[in-house]
Design a protein around this ligand. Structure first.
Ligand code: PAF
Length: 287
């Protein structure tokens, strides 16, 4: 596996691959890689000739400085995992190369999608995400890019940006990888104490219970959301939002809508956990 930090050297390598007719997949990450990321890399390898994984802890998307400072740096471990997953190139640019003026002077904003739910709770977060993903796309010029469905709003936002800006990139979302007890894999799970980790699976279980109720004909989304938020709060979580939305445009779901996504974000101790379930109202199987 090639390791490049310099943007000009990256462009040189990409140009060479493109001249050889190779297709390129980009898996953007912030490092601290777990099986969820590695599954994205393997999925990328099945779909393109060359896989580039970027590792860049993007200061622009952290709304709290202390979260940025606490974010784990695990490059040597990450490189081992990427090598074993047959990643072709790991790209680790520096903050000063990405933001030479200290911060991005030009930002990419995705209206609506960028300021609801996760974007409402973490002001500026999605502006930071769309800006860095855009910059990485301009550097790597991939044919495809792979994201995890765990961050469903992020995936929708990147797909929206690519469509709106006519970028010739296919953005693919791959299913959430879970621990055996159902907890979605996330770098943030590392912030949980042993006790918090033992109750964490309740989050997904409660989301599943909302989906089951809706599929059994209960269309009172608001009451379901409130009752699950209360159950989670009573069990030691702090629910931020639990919301049923339409998949097609992320607007609040009405009783006529069929293709839905249930999105949740909760605090458990120091960890902010995200999860979602994409489903339709008439089938018992989740999508
Ligand atoms: O999902 C992440 O790890 C980040 O938001 C991303 C897409 C790498 C952008 O910094």
């Amino acid at each position: 596996m090639i390791h490049i930090s310099d943007i000009a050297l990256l462009r040189k390598q990409i140009k060479q691959w493109k001249l050889q007719g190779k297709t390129i997949a980009l898996v953007p990450t912030m490092g601290n890689l777990h099986l969820g990321h590695i599954t994205l890399v393997k999925g990328a390898k099945e779909r393109a000739d060359k896989v580039v994984t970027s590792i860049f802890i993007n200061p622009l998307q952290f709304d709290k400085k202390k979260d940025l400072l606490a974010y784990p740096h695990t490059l040597s471990d990450d490189k081992k995992k990427l090598g074993l997953a047959s990643c072709d190139l790991v790209f680790t640019p520096s903050v000063s190369d990405i933001y030479p003026d200290g911060e991005a002077t030009t930002r990419v904003e995705v209206p609506v999608l960028g300021v609801i739910l996760e974007g409402k709770s973490r002001i500026g977060h999605f502006s930071g995400v769309s800006t860095i993903v855009n910059k990485l796309f301009n550097m790597v010029m991939p044919d495809i890019s792979i994201f995890g469905q765990k961050d469903f709003q992020q995936l929708m936002l990147v797909q929206r940006m690519v469509a709106d800006l006519n970028m010739p990139i296919e953005v693919i979302g791959l299913p959430t990888i879970r621990e055996s007890d159902g907890l979605a894999m996330s770098s943030r799970n590392g912030y949980l104490t042993e006790e918090e980790r033992s109750i964490a699976p309740l989050f997904n279980q409660q989301l599943q219970s909302i989906v089951a109720s809706i599929q059994n004909g209960n269309k009172n989304f608001k009451a379901l959301q409130l009752s699950v938020a209360k159950k989670l709060n009573d069990s030691g979580f702090k629910a931020d939002y639990i919301e049923v939305r339409r998949v097609k445009d992320f607007q609040t779901a009405s009783t006529e809508d069929i293709n839905l996504v249930l999105l949740g974000s909760v605090w458990l101790g120091k960890a902010r956990l995200l999860d979602n379930i994409v489903f339709n109202t008439f089938s018992k199987s989740k999508i």
